[in-house]
Design a protein around this ligand. Structure first.
Ligand code: ARG
Length: 567
């Protein structure tokens, strides 16, 4: 249940009955425990408008609001804040609900375009943020019951592939191993630039490919399959939920591009500039106020990144019937997406009611504030990054000296390694640059994945010692101790947090939530006897623990992070 929304609805009704028009109650979680559990800040703005005393108004709102069975205590504080304390009965009822996450009444069709690397290169750290943040958002929206369409808009078409395939075929050795793809790519580009006859052969390949020549298509497909298998291998290692079914790359739109351009023309949007076809929209200007074009077809007839994106938008609208389309790329593509959305709407390729959202993120930096790269300045392949994470996690887990068997040990190492990489990224507000730091992400205390995973494992061991199966555990909850109550309040905020993440595509809210949950659990765990408590209290406390574990597990799952029963 979304408690914040419930309170907001009830109080907004009361505000509305007084002001005789829709008035937001502005309910948010209380900033401090002495302010109750939630607070409503709407009285100040309304009092200003009605020119009355905000405290008296707040009092009237509280009297008019239907909060029975939900709120035990209200208090008017300061200039007119309404502080709300949930009733014990409501807290326990909310906690013991069998379905932890309520499904949206009307699922949206949500397209999520993420990861989307270029298949001519090895998957490297530059693709990490889009992959991890997009995946967490997709999982969260799915958990809420939406119809999610993952779209891996890979770069799989154009000159780079002509260059690569020509190079590989002339190498005279089997090339079904692409672990050196970046090196191949660099050597192929070099020859492409320096050797006109090579460039010509590569271009011919692209022309053949574009005209649908069979042999070229087969060879191209062979290469793409190989490169995407490599990509899939890395997704699997990273526990990313993308599969080959989600790939719908630039090449998939190849046959639609001419139509896109002619439809832009029909919509009266096409201009010619130096022989190239482009769209000018008033709101886009470059240096000195000169109009900025969005190029859709070069003078040699070739199409561009924008063009396939327009075609992809139409597919997502017409075939996937998207209500919302989310794109996760770094902030440098901001202008591309602003223009894309504006042109898609101006041409009526997409109705105004479809929400188009670019969710940018900042750069990945190293400790000295430079782009995070390997020593020689090249981008670090993700495969290598995962290897290093596993190695470091192995040392960290080993130092815990738990008696895990080999198989369990490997499971824990994997969960900790992948969890650490993902969580460190996800826990920061994505719009900012983010500094990659092994030591802090693998720490067992602080806002890290291992800290949360450890708390989960601790609860499991509690249940193992109590000889109760956590999954089937349900009991009445009494919440007598303040630390126990504070944990319960946090448990009640899970739903509203997931909904916030889904709305804003900002997984750091979920991380902050889980961290707070874990901290409250630790305080409870350290101050309240559980297994040694009296019978009734013991049952109640175990129930709170069970719910905490379930929430942690589900929350981590939404982030694409595994929990483990023992650590
Ligand atoms: N392949 C692009 C890149 O590597 C990202 C694609 C993002 N998605 C899109 N529909 N444009 O920069």
């Amino acid at each position: 249940m979304n408690v914040r929304k419930l309170l907001d609805d009830r109080l907004s009704d009361a505000f509305g009955s007084i002001s005789k028009e829709p008035t937001p109650a502005l309910v948010s979680p209380a900033s401090r425990p002495e302010h109750g559990d939630y607070q409503a800040n709407g009285a100040m703005a309304l009092a200003k408008r009605l020119k009355t005393d905000p405290r008296a108004l707040a009092r009237d709102v509280v009297n008019a609001a239907d909060l029975t069975g939900i709120v035990a205590k209200t208090e008017i504080a300061g200039p007119g804040f309404i502080n709300l304390t949930l009733s014990r009965q409501f807290l326990t009822r909310t906690i013991v609900r069998p379905d932890l996450v309520a499904q949206v009444p009307q699922p949206d069709h949500i397209v999520i375009d993420y990861s989307s690397p270029n298949l001519a290169k090895t998957l490297h750290v530059g693709h990490l943020r889009s992959t991890v943040i997009g995946d967490a958002t997709a999982r969260t929206l799915e958990k809420l019951g939406h119809e999610v369409y993952r779209q891996n808009h890979v770069g799989d078409w154009g000159t780079p592939f002509g260059m690569l395939v020509t190079y590989l075929d002339e190498l005279g050795q089997p090339t079904d191993d692409l672990s050196n793809l970046d090196q191949f790519y660099a050597l192929a580009s070099e020859r492409f630039e320096k050797e006109p006859s090579f460039a010509e052969r590569a271009r011919k390949f692209v022309v053949d490919l574009q005209s649908g020549e069979k042999a070229a298509l087969t060879r191209w497909k062979q290469f793409i399959d190989l490169s995407s298998a490599h990509m899939q291998h890395i997704y699997d290692r990273l526990n990313v939920s993308l599969t080959p079914n989600h790939i719908r790359g630039e090449s998939a739109y190849n046959n639609d591009l001419a139509q896109v351009v002619s439809d832009l023309d029909k919509a009266g949007l096409l201009s010619l500039s130096d022989g190239a076809k482009c769209v000018f929209l008033e709101e886009f200007t470059g240096k000195e106020g000169r109009p900025l074009p969005m190029l859709v077809q070069k003078s040699d007839g070739g199409y561009l990144y924008h063009t396939s994106d327009l075609a992809a938008l139409r597919y997502r609208h017409r075939i996937l019937e998207a209500d919302r389309i989310l794109y996760f790329t770094d902030a440098r593509q901001e202008l591309h997406f602003r223009m894309l959305f504006a042109v898609a709407q101006a041409s009526e390729f997409i109705p105004k009611s479809t929400k188009l959202e670019h969710h940018p993120f900042g750069k990945l930096l190293d400790g000295s504030g430079r782009p995070f790269r390997s020593r020689d300045g090249s981008a670090i392949p993700l495969d290598q990054l995962v290897d290093e994470a596993l190695e470091r996690a192995r040392a960290v887990v080993k130092s815990k000296n738990s008696n895990l068997d080999d198989h369990e040990f490997d499971e824990v190492v994997r969960a900790v390694a992948i969890g650490a990489i993902k969580y460190a990224d996800l826990s920061k507000n994505r719009v900012n640059d983010y500094t990659f730091d092994w030591d802090s992400m693998l720490a067992f205390d602080g806002n890290t994945a291992p800290y949360l995973q450890y708390a989960f494992a601790r609860i499991q061991s509690l249940f193992a010692r109590a000889k109760i199966d956590l999954k089937s555990y349900r009991e009445d909850i009494s919440l007598d101790n303040p630390n126990e109550r504070s944990l319960a309040v946090q448990l009640c905020r899970f739903q509203e947090t997931l909904e916030l993440v889904g709305r804003e595509a900002m997984p750091h809210h979920l991380c902050a939530y889980l961290y707070e949950l874990t901290s409250r659990f630790m305080r409870f765990y350290e101050t309240c006897p559980i297994l040694d408590a009296h019978e009734k209290e013991r049952a109640s406390r175990l129930a709170v623990c069970a719910q905490t574990a379930k929430t942690l597990d589900t929350g981590l799952n939404c982030l694409g992070i595994q929990s483990v029963p023992r650590m």
